[in-house]
Design a protein around this ligand. Structure first.
Ligand SMILES: [Zn+2]
Length: 397
């Protein structure tokens, strides 16, 4: 893109840069973007001229949300399963196979249309970076095409061939792990940045998860995993052991799990490459009517926490980061500032990115103008469409 864009008359600017509290808040501020990057942040009264200007009218502006955990490549929905669950049936994860069947039967164009629809939804709700996983194909060809389609929309793509063991391998999971580590990984890796495993009872045990993640690392992919969602288990500590960028869910944690995560948090001014972020996905607990993770315990221990949607048709069919912020504040004892940080800078750290989730010179010009005077309103006014304008790569959407 060409030209410069000035957003001025910002009543409350969340920068997430150190100082002025956890959110690095500046009052009466302005942001100048050029060539998709933030090039200047300062007092609105001293803002330089620009080719285009957006008057925020005293509203709050924050970095675009970074949704670091979403499953957007699928077909069909599971509304009936949701209704049954709300009528009392427990969530087991078994419904994933329903979506696998529908996804395999779908055309590329049908899958692409779903990704675009959900990406558009997320963007309108302020998400400017979204991670997209495969995991509903579970054949070599279907995982590769899922990632090829995901890569059309995001650079943050994740190979999740180890989502569940598909029905045709139900009695020989070792063979399926061999397929994932061999031809499936080879076909998926050109389109993927990350590898992920659903390490949970009923999905993949710790030995299978370790083997799959090690193969992915050897192929040059970064590690993240689903762990400790449905019960206690070894997944979180496996993630720390392997230097995962993020362990996601973290609903059932032992003290040793919390200590292991806290031990990875380093001073961000000195580097970020070894921190394992705890990514919490409260949409899943909401949609499965399950106990929420204890964010307060993690934060008090010094763990770096991110919030993400887990958008998927089974256990969390929301694309709304503002909804997750509201849940985190109301149900997980995060302060509004902690939740907004976790949904922006925290998500960036879960993706090991330092160019997003912040509004400082050099960062990508991804920002959100709220229809509200403060970030507090995201949790204070749940369910209200407070995203007035989204700017991505310096371009108003
Ligand atoms: Zn997930």
């Amino acid at each position: 893109m060409s030209g410069s864009l000035l957003i001025d008359n910002i009543g409350e600017l969340v920068t997430n840069s150190p100082g002025n509290g956890p959110l690095g808040i500046r009052r009466d501020a302005a942001v100048l973007a050029e060539e998709g990057r933030v090039v200047w942040v300062g007092p609105s009264a001293y803002a330089p001229a620009a080719d285009r200007r957006i008057d925020a009218g005293g509203a709050a502006v924050l970095p675009g949300f970074v949704d670091s955990h979403a499953h957007l490549v699928f077909a069909g929905d599971r509304a009936a399963e949701f209704a049954a669950r709300m009528a009392g049936q427990p969530y087991t994860g078994g419904g994933i196979r329903t979506t696998v069947g529908a996804t395999r039967a779908a055309t590329d164009e049908e899958l692409r249309a779903t990704v675009r629809r959900l990406h558009g939804e997320a963007l309108r709700q302020g998400t400017t970076t979204i991670e997209i996983k495969s995991g509903y194909g579970l054949t070599v060809a279907d995982e590769a095409r899922s990632l090829r389609i995901a890569a059309e929309t995001s650079t943050e793509t994740t190979f999740l061939g180890a989502h569940v063991v598909p029905a045709e391998y139900a009695d020989r999971p070792d063979d399926y792990v061999g397929l994932v580590c061999g031809p499936m990984l080879a076909a998926a890796a050109p389109y993927a940045k990350w590898i992920d495993v659903f390490c949970e009872r009923g999905a993949f045990d710790v030995d299978h998860a370790r083997a799959i993640l090690a193969c992915g690392q050897a192929a040059g992919l970064g590690v993240r995993l689903h762990a400790n969602q449905l019960g206690p288990g070894p997944g979180v500590q496996l993630g720390v052991e392997l230097g995962a960028a993020s362990v996601d869910h973290c609903t059932y944690l032992s003290d040793a799990d919390v200590d292991a995560l806290a031990s990875t948090t380093v001073d961000w001014m000195c580097g970020s490459s070894t921190t394992t972020v705890a990514t919490l996905l409260p949409g899943a607990e909401f949609s499965t009517r399950s106990p929420y993770p204890d964010a307060r315990r993690l934060l008090d221990a010094g763990v770096t926490v991110a919030l993400a949607t887990d958008c998927n048709p089974g256990s969390s069919y929301t694309s709304s980061m503002p909804f997750c912020v509201a849940l985190a504040v109301r149900e997980m004892r995060m302060t509004p500032a902690e939740a907004v940080w976790a949904a922006t800078a925290g998500g960036a750290r879960a993706l090991r990115r330092d160019d997003i989730g912040v509004l400082t010179p050099g960062a990508r010009a991804d920002l959100v103008v709220l229809d509200a005077p403060s970030h507090l309103h995201l949790a204070y006014r749940p369910g209200v469409p407070l995203i007035r304008q989204v700017i991505r790569n310096g371009v108003p959407q």
